[in-house]
Design a protein around this ligand. Structure first.
Ligand code: IYR
Length: 326
């Protein structure tokens, strides 16, 4: 796979394609980042962007994982101590998941976001940005609670992070796109360069095929799940025997194969007794999706297989969490 393909595969959006093509010409040593508000346990939403980071490392890039403690504080995720504690656990799980230690730098936001220069730049950005503009950038991150001043400062700081971490590329879920668009608009106003961004898709809720998997209402799969819990969750998933369900719904089982399993395994084997046709082997997502569509692959077999591959992916992180907690 060439560098451009590694950088962009499974991305929902690339801003701009031309800038990412330039980057893919010579990716070695270039720096990309994702920021996460620390939370104790990684879930599939985190792992989706982590898969992209692994792609970037395979293309030779350096990866910065921002443990966004100040952002989590602004977004009312706990006290500083609580947030830092969960950040350390998060870091260990990322490494267990497969980020390459030699190519990954973990940085706490508070290491640089409280410096004088950063603070003065932040105030500069505050002067350049209307409340309305900042609020729009936060719409998908903030949740439903009433906007506070902290929610307006948040996207401005995220904008500055791109400059202060000396990055060549920003990565995030599609829910980060409005902040990245704000950054494209505002960084030049402070005489800083615009950087490209790559956005990963938001996977549908497991049981309904609608909305966002990491949302609080739906079922989410996390590093904490036991093999049995994982099987139960995958078994209860919405999986119509087709890749394109009606009414704008998605098939979450297929999405998980596409975004979580195929990027990490060379091939996927569906084990079936001979009387049901024997094992099926897939080297890519398309063939599996076509077989589900044609009826060759039964949803129950697809789910069983999905659960066992996901289990293999989360097992090292689950083990790490147990160690940390014991
Ligand atoms: N807004 C992210 C967290 C975050 C991301 C980046 I990239 C930053 O520079 C700072 C914070 C979230 O929603 O988790």
């Amino acid at each position: 796979m060439d560098a451009y393909e590694l950088l962009t595969r499974n991305a929902e959006e690339v801003v701009t394609d031309e800038e990412v093509r330039d980057l893919a010409e010579d990716p070695a040593g270039k720096r990309a980042y994702v920021g996460y508000e620390p939370s104790g346990v990684l879930h599939l939403g985190h792992l989706l962007t982590a898969n992209k980071l692994i792609d970037l490392q395979d293309a030779g890039m350096e990866v910065v994982v921002l443990l966004a403690d100040v952002h989590a504080y602004l977004n009312e995720k706990g006290t500083f101590e609580e947030i830092r504690d969960t950040a350390e656990q998060m870091k260990a799980q990322f490494l267990a998941y497969g980020l390459d230690e030699a190519q990954t730098e973990f940085v706490y936001g508070s290491e640089f976001q409280l410096e004088e220069e950063y603070t003065l730049d932040l105030h500069h950005l505050e002067r350049e940005t209307t409340m309305n503009r900042a609020q729009r950038a936060m719409a998908e991150i903030q949740g439903d609670e009433t906007a506070k001043v902290s929610h307006l400062v948040y996207p401005l700081m995220q904008t500055l992070d791109i400059e202060y971490l000396d990055l060549d590329l920003a990565v995030g879920g599609l829910d980060q796109r409005k902040v990245h668009m704000l950054a494209r608009e505002k960084l030049p106003e402070l005489d800083y360069d615009v950087r490209p961004a790559i956005h990963t898709p938001i996977v549908a809720d497991l049981t309904s095929g609608e909305g966002k998997m990491s949302s609080s209402e739906g079922i989410s799969i996390s590093m904490e799940d036991s093999t049995e819990e994982l099987e139960e969750k995958v078994n209860s998933a919405f999986c119509p025997p087709t890749r394109e369900p009606e009414d704008d719904l998605e098939n979450p089982v297929l999405e998980l194969f596409e975004y979580h399993v195929f990027p990490r395994f060379e091939e996927v084997v569906v084990e079936r007794p001979d009387k049901y046709g024997g094992d099926l082997t897939y080297e890519g997502y398309e063939d599996l999706a076509e077989d589900l569509d044609s009826g060759e692959l039964h949803p129950a077999d697809a789910k069983g297989t999905l659960a066992s591959y996901l289990d293999e992916l989360i097992a090292p992180g689950r083990e790490k969490l147990r160690e940390l907690r014991s």
